[in-house]
Write a protein that binds this ligand. Sequence first.
Ligand code: UDP
Length: 242
Amino acid sequence: MKKTTLIKEGKAKRLYNTDEANVVWVEYMDQATALNGKRKDQIAGKGVLNNQIDCILFELLAAKGIHTDFIKKLSDNEQLNQKVDIIPLEVVVRNAASGSFQRKFDVPYLQEFDQPVVEFFYKSDELDDPFINTNQAVALKIFDFEESQQLEKLALQINRILKERFAKAGLQLVDFKVEFGKTADGEIVLADEISPDSCRLVDLMTKASLDKDVFRKKTGDLITVYQEVLNRLNNSQEEAHV
Ligand code: UDP
């Protein structure tokens, strides 16, 4: 398989066409952004770490029966995905209060929820990804009610799998964002990436942040904490095989 024309350069990845119509070549870049792209830094090694973490998590989710766009890992910072039409929503699942939820409702950091919370945000850089409810998204023809329930159910299944996997690695999954896409034959599949760029992870014991919050809040070194997440995933995986 060969990569051909560039489809799009996003905040953290480049997407290329390939010589196969329904396959895209994804290259993870060494770029970190905050404040919806207003702050940008080059951080050597970030692309490799996110690609490796993403491959581990997408392979796990696929093994647990979640349909995804992931095909295979190509190199340390590249992978092949199925071509999908991205549904323009950021689907956020929260197990405890942080980030925009904590700010919006003025509740204590990491206050735990009895049930996970699912939220939708409309993907629009111009509008700063506003919160959108189901009725609003149906009005905008982003999905219909049946699809909205399907997305919520999938998001909660993904949460259960990831929460358990991260807990094995000594990490609490506070919240995360996923995106879904439609394949050429109309199937909804998990797409985009899952990495410490899109998840909030804290050490189960110390509650220290091991995700992009260290970059957003300038409280630590991004590479050190992303490497720690990868090491913990690899080490806990080895234990599970013994
Ligand atoms: N998130 C993301 N991309 C975005 C916005 C949020 O991946 O453009 C992730 C973020 O890393 C966190 C979760 O979604 O794990 C919830 O983010 P929140 O709504 O709390 O927003 P933030 O704190 O980033 O303003």
